[in-house]
Design a protein around this ligand. Structure first.
Ligand code: GLN
Length: 295
């Protein structure tokens, strides 16, 4: 054990170790994030103690974090958290790590949903998030728009637990309805009335999974990634299922994979959605499809 290293030296050593094992440029950034996590400090505390000796009681934990990272584990799972829409969410390997582009989905849902609500002059909108994973979507929607009635469905009990813990963190666990089940099935079973269906379902075509980065394919849950043969299985099912609800929802808002927006938009049109809007992500990919039906 290298008890004599300063924090700065430990950081330099870790950066070159990670650079070799991860072969990425951001090794130094990752090392600093892991240091902050292991030492329980923020950036400024870290800089303040930069030249001091690495705390001996944290060394084993530090080494473990580095070897997990070197084995390809995403830094978010090691730290157990990821930020989304300005808030911190707990994550573990039973849920997909929230992606920044999903913030654009939430933003669009808030904007279009508020417009819809004003048009209908309704006090509340009934929104359900299908395949909620870590719960970033329902938790953010409820915190940004407390008047909406929000439900969240996931097939995985382990994912639902993470989502509920995240809602707990913001003291809104009991304000969201949690349902375990396959896509819209729990809502169809009870003939629920839903105004808006939001979903970021798994959409990677099965054959493309081996080409994903090791961090993704080796560590994130397949249930959250694999979208079947052409990647579109969940959209097909969801669009069949929305027609089995008591009333067709007024708005659908889906995140889609590369090259899928056109097809999903056509399917929405085919079942009566009129104003189809496509939203590009920051990389210029058509990433979200929103459909509205007139009342
Ligand atoms: N709704 C969650 C998210 O957007 C999970 C999505 C998923 O698991 N495919 O991150």
């Amino acid at each position: 054990m290298k008890q004599n290293l300063t924090i700065r030296e430990a950081h330099l050593e870790a950066s070159s170790f990670l650079m070799e094992s991860m072969s990425t440029q951001d090794a130094s950034h990752v090392s600093r994030l892991l240091l902050e996590h292991v030492l329980g400090w923020d950036r400024s505390q870290l800089l303040l103690h930069w030249q001091e000796r690495f705390p001996a009681d944290k060394w084993a934990c530090w080494q473990e974090a580095l070897s997990r990272k070197a084995a390809g584990e995403p830094v978010q799972y090691i730290m157990g958290e990821q930020e989304f829409y300005g808030r911190v969410f707990q994550v573990n390997p039973s849920v997909l790590i929230p992606r920044p582009e999903t913030e654009l989905l939430v933003e669009a849902v808030l904007l279009r949903g508020r417009q819809l609500q004003a048009r209908l002059q309704r006090e509340a909108l009934r929104v359900v998030d299908i395949g909620t994973g870590s719960g970033i979507i329902p938790v953010t929607l409820k915190l940004e728009q407390p008047s909406w009635q929000i439900g969240a469905v996931d097939l995985s009990p382990a994912a639902l637990k993470v989502a509920q813990d995240n809602a707990d963190r913001y003291a809104i666990r009991d304000d969201i309805r949690w349902m375990e089940g396959d896509l819209l099935t729990p809502l169809i079973d009870e003939q629920a009335e839903v105004d808006m269906v939001v979903s970021n379902p798994p959409y990677i075509p099965s054959l493309d999974i081996p080409d994903l980065q090791l961090e993704v394919r080796g560590h994130e849950p397949m249930l959250a990634l694999d979208g079947g043969d052409d990647g579109l299985t969940c959209y097909r099912k969801l669009l069949m299922q929305v027609q089995q609800l008591r009333h067709a929802p007024l708005m659908l808002a889906f995140e889609v994979g590369y090259g899928q927006a056109g097809q999903v938009g056509e399917w929405m049109t085919a079942i009566g959605y009129e104003e189809i809007e496509t939203i590009r992500d920051l990389a210029g990919v058509d990433r979200h499809v929103i459909g509205l039906r007139t009342v």
